[in-house]
Design a protein around this ligand. Structure first.
Ligand code: ADX
Length: 189
């Protein structure tokens, strides 16, 4: 290829872009572990970005609610944004409830199997509800919030996640270390 070529072929990259997709119910610990993973990646001077459900819903997905159709659209947008970020060379750590298998499968197929790590935060409803960091379970139980995942809206458990993190078995730090290990494996490190 000539030096003046305007072909979009990218130069040799210092890192292998990939999408780490955290899924699990509200209060499962997705954002906590995802943030720790980010901290570790940035500490290794990787170019990474945290795509968080709460953040997207405050901006890009402001117009969406929590009925099934809105969640499908929410995850569609999140996956498209993540795929663009991978095109730009980033390692993307995404944390969304993403309750439907078919939507997570779409995210996977957008970036390709080799660049996708599904991390299932396998926290039982009782534990997440006990934690209730935002008081949302209480509101959902009182009927003040509709379509709450695990209460009156479904969560489809991943069948073959690359990583399954069970609440209470490991500390958040240890969970993050496991995830980082598989990111580094993808990097060939
Ligand atoms: S998703 O289902 O569309 O993937 P997302 O991860 O973006 O959800 O947002 C979930 C966050 O929205 C929760 O962590 C919680 O703070 C908030 N939330 C507000 N209402 C609901 C609800 N009805 N169900 C689940 N989460 C809700």
């Amino acid at each position: 290829m000539s030096e003046n070529s305007i072909s979009p072929t990218f130069p040799q990259r210092a890192q292998y872009p990939c999408l780490i997709w955290f899924t699990g119910i509200s209060g499962a610990g997705k954002s906590t572990v995802a943030s720790l993973v980010m901290k570790k990646l940035l500490g290794m001077e990787k170019h990474a970005y945290l795509l968080d459900g709460d953040v997207l819903r405050a901006g890009l997905c402001k117009d969406l609610g929590y009925d099934d159709e809105s969640r499908v659209e929410n995850i569609r947008r999140a996956a498209e944004v993540a795929a663009l970020m991978l095109d730009a060379g980033l390692i993307v750590v995404a944390a969304f409830i993403s309750p439907f298998r078919s939507d997570r499968a779409i995210a996977r197929s957008l970036v390709g199997n080799d660049s996708f790590i599904e991390v299932f935060m396998d926290t039982p409803l009782e534990i997440a509800e006990q934690r209730d960091p935002k008081g949302l379970y209480k509101k959902a139980r009182r009927g003040e919030i509709k379509h709450f995942t695990g209460i009156d809206s479904p969560y489809e458990v991943p069948e073959n996640p690359e990583i399954r993190l069970e609440a209470g078995k490991l500390s958040a730090e240890e969970m993050a270390d496991l995830v980082v290990k598989s990111i580094l494996m993808i990097q060939g490190q």
